[in-house]
Design a protein around this ligand. Structure first.
Ligand code: GRF
Length: 192
């Protein structure tokens, strides 16, 4: 049985949520930061923080090759929980099934509203009074797994997608570490 407190964070870009998960870690250890983009900015922070990193350019290999290599490094690192944080590569049904109930993601909307991209523009265009962010279990369908935590952010008059993104991102940085800590603790208690 893998240890749920050993977490791998998967990123594709700037990695601000990854950084929040590292800085506010509680009850879990960030044992690996992995990326499908070797140039992802967030890898520099992870390296400087002394966290093992792994990267493979997903454009240079097939999906099966990428996931086989990722799966191998996750096993070698004794990972029990995967936290996606701005990871822009879809994971196959086979990969997700191997990790069922052990992968979480942060998404910048109040799911089930606005799965996918451009969430802030869509919330403003719909005239919503409130937006926010969601932490959810990852299934093969994009942004569709069970929601385990949410934070609300009011949409102000004159709001732009950029201004809303900034405030939702701050809410993400507060929500994700708490949600991950709770998720890991519940599974450690349940022996899963
Ligand atoms: C965040 O808004 C996250 O919710 C979404 O992608 C963005 C990643 O930002 N999935 P960062 O790389 O964590 O800064």
């Amino acid at each position: 049985m893998s240890d749920p407190t050993r977490v791998a964070i998967l990123i594709s870009g700037r990695g601000s949520n990854m950084r929040a998960l590292v800085e506010q870690r509680s009850g879990y250890e960030v044992a690996l930061v992995a990326s499908n983009k070797p140039e992802a900015e967030g890898l520099n922070y992870a390296r400087a923080a002394g966290i093992p990193t792994w990267a493979l350019d997903s454009k240079t290999v097939s999906r099966a090759e990428f996931e086989a290599a990722l799966g191998a490094v996750l096993r070698q690192s004794g990972i029990g929980t995967i936290a996606l944080a701005g990871f822009m590569r879809l994971l196959s049904r086979q990969f997700v099934e191997q990790w069922t109930g052990r992968i979480v993601n942060i998404h910048p909307s109040l799911l089930p509203k606005y799965p996918g991209l451009d969430t802030h523009a869509r919330a403003i265009a719909a005239g919503d009074a409130v937006s926010g962010c969601s932490v959810h279990l990852v299934t093969e369908e994009v942004d569709a797994g069970q929601v385990i935590a949410q934070a609300q952010v009011p949409i102000e008059p004159g709001e732009t997608p950029q201004s809303l993104e900034q405030r939702v991102l701050a809410a993400e940085h507060a929500l994700y570490p708490r949600a991950l800590a709770d998720f890991v603790l519940a599974r450690a208690d349940a022996g899963s």
